[in-house]
Design a protein around this ligand. Structure first.
Ligand code: S3P
Length: 174
């Protein structure tokens, strides 16, 4: 694992930001979010990028953010929910370090996603459309090195599971 980052992937509401922040603190590492990289580089908040330029433009900014992250090593990186779900993206993320999928139950993910933050991908979509978006994304997330189940768990418990999974994976490699 050359760059040695820990990369969190998963659907909106999976807890990538909250768990990533705590995980970084526990590991004594820096925390980076792809959404923050995009906002810092572009200068506009994400809903505005979607509104003014559309989803495809945002996905191109995500590709640039992944390129920029190639300079990182040893960090904890939280990705936007749609970032891994394009051709070649999971491969690029796997080159950055150990990729961990925070898997959840769709109803729980959506309830959490609706509570926090502005998420353009949730706007105007029916429950059926959101379910098919989730199903279409699952095969990408499933290519992570490790999967951690988050159903019914709080941030602290999820971070405990991530740490255990990382330790186990590391032990298996040596
Ligand atoms: C998106 C998820 C968001 C953000 C953008 C698009 C998506 O990040 O990148 O609104 O396509 O699922 P979170 O997963 O942190 O909500």
């Amino acid at each position: 694992m050359p760059a040695g980052n820990v990369v969190l992937v998963g659907f909106m509401g999976a807890g990538k930001s909250a768990c990533g922040r705590l995980l970084a603190r526990r590991l004594g590492r820096c925390f980076v979010e792809t959404d923050d990289v995009i906002v810092a580089r572009d200068g506009r908040p994400i809903p505005e990028i979607f509104r003014e330029d559309g989803e495809e433009a945002f996905r191109r900014l995500e590709a640039e953010a992944v390129e920029a992250l190639r300079l990182k090593s040893g960090d904890v990186i939280a990705t936007g929910g749609g970032l891994p779900c394009r051709a070649g993206r999971m491969e690029a993320l796997r080159e950055l370090g150990t990729v961990v999928w925070l898997r959840g139950d769709l109803a729980e993910l959506l309830a959490r996603a609706a509570r926090t933050g502005a998420r353009p991908m949730l706007n105007g979509r029916t429950p059926e459309e959101l379910e098919s978006l989730y199903r279409a994304r699952e095969p990408y997330y499933a290519r992570a090195h490790l999967t951690v189940d988050t159903v019914g768990l709080g941030v602290d418990q999820v971070v405990g599971r991530i740490l255990a999974a990382l330790r186990e994976a590391h032990a298996a490699r040596v």
